[in-house]
Design a protein around this ligand. Structure first.
Ligand SMILES: O=C(O)CCC(=O)C(=O)O
Ligand SMILES: [Fe+2]
Length: 456
């Protein structure tokens, strides 16, 4: 029993360690000598120094850096205010210096991501944007404040403190009635025995109040970064880029092939609906539950490589491709689609039937190149089962097949002998209506996917 007695606090300690949740993350990180090199200056005669040196010459160089800085302002009601009773420090704008360390390439962004973000936010990407360099000489400080977010996507700040000789200048953070101290000078002198020189880093959310206590000696040099939620990964095709190979990623080559196909008078002469399976995999939540964001909404901004080339080439022909979810049940040989993620919930019938009947689903019939439609007996069964069904169906000509990647699942419960829960997986594909030969952008006479869109 006494053992158990001893264990309980340890277990508790482990538990509280595992669930610790602070609005910041901090530590030290060893870097290569070149990472500490700083170039600065407003003219062509840039100066150079190492932010890891401790010799007398290095300290002189720090003094020169301090002289080259401007007095730091702070934000008050969207205005930059100079007030040495509030903030006394030197600052240099990011245009006027260059640091050897590339934060985007270093592990720091990953470290901050893992340290600061958990739960749902953990799946979002972040980026750090260089903001300012500050030199806090003796008696410099910064009174309590919160960092003004620059843009709605900014969620925090990252501060790097360099191992330049200094004392004092601890950063205090306050949030929800708690206070924490980040004393970089102490952390760095305790880490001085490591082989690699270190920086101290701290990242915190924008709503955390913080202040820098007065520096009592030396130079405290910091470089700050604004932390942003990363937008969708850039489309692989900025206007300035011209890909030659691979062909499928070459916008012009994809466009030409499309134009040729659509100019062929024997190809869907009356127009119709084209389907394209996505070639790349996208980071969709595999299991979608009601209330989660609709992953189809931002897809067009994420598309990669050949998918992006295709999307852009279709747009250039004044066509309007849209992502749809395709669901298929083999045993019933039926394919349906929806233009939004659905929560099937409870169903007494086949999941595809349920999507059709209750979730704005559209039946997908497959078209042969000659224009005839592939039909299966089971589809006839559907029609005889629901003779008065709303008749929503679209004939799709699959240019490229939809595969098993990019599937999104919707949970449902079916009643057999016992209640059981299962997931129905749907595959994201791009669908686009095309008009008749000679007028492919004119889809006014086409009963295709556009007419079936639930948002229209
Ligand atoms: O230097 C620091 O530790 C923080 C500086 C700061 O709060 C700021 O620049 O807004
Ligand atoms: Fe700040």
């Amino acid at each position: 029993m006494s053992e158990l007695h001893n264990e309980a606090p340890l277990l508790q300690h482990l538990r509280s360690t595992l669930v610790e949740n602070t609005p910041f993350c901090s530590g030290t990180l060893g870097l290569q000598p070149r990472d500490f090199t700083l170039y600065y200056g407003k003219d062509k005669n840039a100066r150079q120094l190492s932010l890891s040196g401790t010799s007398t010459r290095d300290v002189e160089a720090l003094h020169e850096l301090e002289q080259a800085c401007e007095p730091a302002t702070f934000g008050r009601n969207a205005e930059a205010v100079l007030d040495e009773a509030y903030r006394k420090a030197g600052k240099m704008d990011s245009d006027n210096f260059l640091l050897g360390l590339d934060v985007a390439q270093s592990r720091l962004v990953d470290i901050v991501h893992a340290g600061l973000l958990a739960g749902e936010d953990g799946s979002k990407g972040i980026k750090a944007e260089l903001y300012k360099l500050n030199v806090y000489g003796k008696d410099a400080f910064f009174k309590p404040h919160k960092d003004t977010p620059r843009g709605t996507d900014m969620f925090g700040s990252l501060v790097l403190v360099f191992p330049t000789p200094h004392e004092g200048g601890a950063l205090l953070l306050r949030h929800d009635g708690n206070e924490w101290t980040f004393d970089a000078a102490k952390l760095l002198s305790a880490a001085a025995h490591y082989d690699l020189k270190r920086i101290a880093y701290i990242a915190f959310f924008s709503d955390v109040e913080h202040e820098v206590l007065p520096v009592t000696s030396g130079h405290r040099v910091t470089i700050t970064y604004n932390l942003y939620w990363a937008g969708p990964p850039a489309v692989a095709f900025p206007d300035e880029l011209s890909v030659i190979h691979p062909k499928h990623s070459n916008f012009a080559a994809v466009g030409e092939a499309l134009v040729e196909l659509l100019a062929d008078p024997t190809f869907l002469p009356e127009g119709g609906t084209l389907g394209f399976g996505l070639r790349h995999a996208y980071p969709f939540e595999k299991r979608w539950e009601y209330g989660m964001p609709n992953p189809l909404e931002k897809l067009s901004g994420w598309l990669k490589g050949s998918d992006a080339a295709l999307f852009r080439a279709l747009g250039a022909l004044s066509l309007d491709p849209n992502p749809w979810l395709i669901a298929r049940t083999e045993d019933y040989d039926i394919t349906v689609m929806t233009d939004r993620v659905v929560s099937i919930g409870y169903t007494e019938e086949n999941e595809c039937y349920s999507i059709l009947r209750y979730h704005n689903g559209v039946r997908v019939l497959e078209q042969n190149p000659d224009g005839t439609v592939k039909r299966s007996e089971c589809e006839d069964v559907y029609e005889s089962t629901y003779p008065d069904g709303d008749g929503k169906s679209v004939v799709v000509f699959w240019v490229t097949p939809y595969g098993k990647s990019n599937q999104i699942g919707s949970e449902y419960t079916a009643y057999g002998n016992e209640p059981s829960s299962a997931w129905m997986y749907m595959t994201v594909s791009l669908l686009v209506d095309v008009g008749p030969v000679g007028d492919r952008a004119n889809i006014s006479g086409i009963v295709g996917v556009t007419a079936m869109q639930s948002k229209k």
